[in-house]
Design a protein around this ligand. Structure first.
Ligand code: AMP
Length: 195
C-alpha cells in the first residue's frame, strides 16, 4: 500500500472531498498531508494488513504520530511488523533523482532524464504518452519535502531502532542492486529472528 499512490489516484477522481482537496494541495507544495487524513485513509484499507502473502507499506508511516496509529491498527488485527526499511542516500543524489524523474501522464511509468532516459525525449517508451514532472518534484517542493523529512520523518529512525526492526539500506546504484540489498537484509533479519 503506497499512500502517495493513493493520493495521486484520488487526484484523478474529479470531485474530492474538502479534506482530500486540502491534502492534495499540501502534497503539491511538498508538505506532508495531515496525520488524521493519512491515518483514516490507511485504516479504510486495513484489509491490506491481513493479506495472505504479507504486506508492504510504502511511504507510511512518515511521522511518529502515524507510527503510533499504525501500532494500534496492527495490534487490533493481531499482526506485527517484521522490519522497517530505511533507505539512505546523500541529499544531492536524492535531489538529482527527484528533479530528473518523469512520470507518464497515461500509464504512470517512471523514467529519469539521465539515469533512465526514454528513447524519445518527453515520450513514454511503454505507451507513447506524454511525460510529466510531478508537482512535488519541482525544486521549490523538493526543498519543502526535505525539510518535512528532517522535522517529521527522521525521528522514526529512533522510534523503530529501539525495537530492532530497523534495517538501513544504502540506496546508491541502480534499482536492481537496491532491491537485492533489501532482500538480503530482510532474509538476514528473518534468520536472526528464527534463532
Ligand atoms: P510519495 O509518493 O511517497 O513520495 O508521497 C508523495 C506525497 O504524498 C508526499 O510528499 C506527501 O505530500 C504525501 N504523502 C504520502 N504519504 C504520506 C504520509 N504517510 N504522510 C503524510 N503525507 C504523505
Amino acid at each position: 500500500l503506497s499512500t502517495g499512490d493513493v493520493f495521486r489516484a484520488a487526484k484523478c477522481d474529479g470531485d474530492p472531498s474538502p479534506a482530500l482537496s486540502d491534502a492534495l494541495q499540501a502534497m503539491s507544495r511538498g508538505e506532508l498531508v495531515a496525520d488524521g487524513v493519512v491515518v483514516s485513509m490507511v485504516r479504510e484499507r486495513g484489509g491490506c494488513l491481513r493479506c495472505m502473502g504479507g504486506f508492504l507499506l510504502d511511504g507510511f508511516p512518515r511521522t511518529v504520530s502515524q507510527a503510533e496509529a499504525l501500532d494500534v491498527m496492527l495490534t487490533d488485527r493481531g499482526v506485527t511488523l517484521d522490519a522497517v526499511l530505511n533507505y539512505d542516500l546523500p541529499i544531492d543524489e536524492i535531489v538529482s533523482r527527484l528533479s530528473g524523474r518523469r512520470t507518464c501522464s497515461k500509464c504512470k511509468a517512471v523514467s529519469h532524464v539521465t539515469a533512465r532516459p526514454t528513447k524519445v525525449e518527453g515520450v513514454c517508451d511503454v505507451c507513447g504518452g506524454a511525460l510529466a514532472i510531478r508537482d512535488d518534484d519541482r525544486p521549490e517542493a523538493i526543498r519543502v519535502r526535505m525539510a518535512a523529512y528532517e522535522e517529521s520523518t527522521r525521528p522514526l529512525i529512533d522510534y523503530y531502532s529501539s525495537s530492532e526492526r530497523l534495517l538501513t539500506i544504502m540506496a546508491d546504484g541502480p534499482p536492481e542492486e537496491i532491491l537485492d540489498r533489501s532482500l538480503k537484509a530482510l532474509a538476514e533479519r528473518e534468520k536472526a529472528a528464527e534463532n
